[in-house]
Write a protein that binds this ligand. Sequence first.
Ligand code: ZN
Ligand code: ZN
Length: 416
Amino acid sequence: MATVAQDVSFELKLDQLARVAIEVGLGLAKGQELVMTAPLDAVPLARRITEQAYRAGASLVTTFYADDETALMRYRFAPDEAFDKAAGWLYDGMGAAFKSGAARLAITGASPLLLSNEDPDKVGRANRAVSMAYRPALELITRHEINWTIVASATPAWAKTMFPDDAPEVALRKLWDAIFFTSRVDRDDPVAAWKEHDAGLLRRAAKMNEKRYAALQYRGPGTDFRLGLADDHLWMGGGTTAGNGLYCIPNMPTEEIFTTPHKDRADGTVTASKPLSHQGTLIEGIRVRFEAGRIVEAHATRGLEVLEKLISTDDGARRLGEVALVPHSSPIAASGLLYYNTLFDENAASHIALGQAYTSCLKNGDKLSKEELAAKGANDSLIHVDWMIGSGELDIDGITATGVAEPVMRGGEWVA
Ligand code: ZN
Ligand code: ZN
């Protein structure tokens, strides 16, 4: 952490994180409304972000808080039939806000293992109910019709999961330091650091777009896998101009370039390189085999039941909707930590995602009908779950349209 300015106080860094989230992550426009969601333990950051939003000209900031303990009470005391229910009215309202011009900011930081001891059937049903209720609003986000971003706040429960042997205040401080470091807010000029990083990701994506590979071939421990890319796929990375004309960087941190794979063209075996923390449960030792795009065999050393439930959500849940490349030397990977949080762990390693494809990763994708998208190979599902397959031992080749293999990554690093 050579760039940490020792004299910069915690409070200042928290302010910087809020400022970067509003100015660079969200690109909030003057007069724009903001809808924010946050864990209750993230109130200090939510307040800073609210202040920065109003200073940037926000017309109204509305925040919905979620509390881990309250969420658990449902599993303790609610009747069984309750788990198919979701607050549809809330998601409809969020969708209405987005349609009328609101930006979306999510603060992540809930306890990663909150639901790990709960009945997987109830967890699965509750997740499915939320996915269905949230889908219309979420589509505005996956289609990049509005400016949106996700930032992280350290919370005591998350810190305890990551640093179980430390005293609570030490663990919390360590997690904050990791967030500040990976979110580049401990630099002298965080906004400039982000602009430079963003430009680098855009350049890398442009290079892959020039190549127009038909497929990627992965080789590594437990992995021998070929993944076709969707017709007219576009590699993306860093920021994007949303449909409302505002430039946003949807994830902070972000280290990935990503595109849409072909839903019918995945073959071979892939082994996860990190555990998958999914909605409060941990799935470890994932190994799956694909045939013609579909998972035909799934293994896990822990949490297999949750994985099975997940891939049974709908037909698209067994197929891939995203492929992303992240060098093994990314700052998040370099921190050597497992975050149990997708925002961080997916940016520490190359990954693939089960489920819904990002239509913005196809030429004119946002203007295509469901049938046209499917014809190009874009997957459709209620879920979108990233899992990590990259490591310092992963080799990736790009396969050209004529079947020639070119090295893209060796030992987890970009070749050129
Ligand atoms: Zn990704
Ligand atoms: Zn993803």
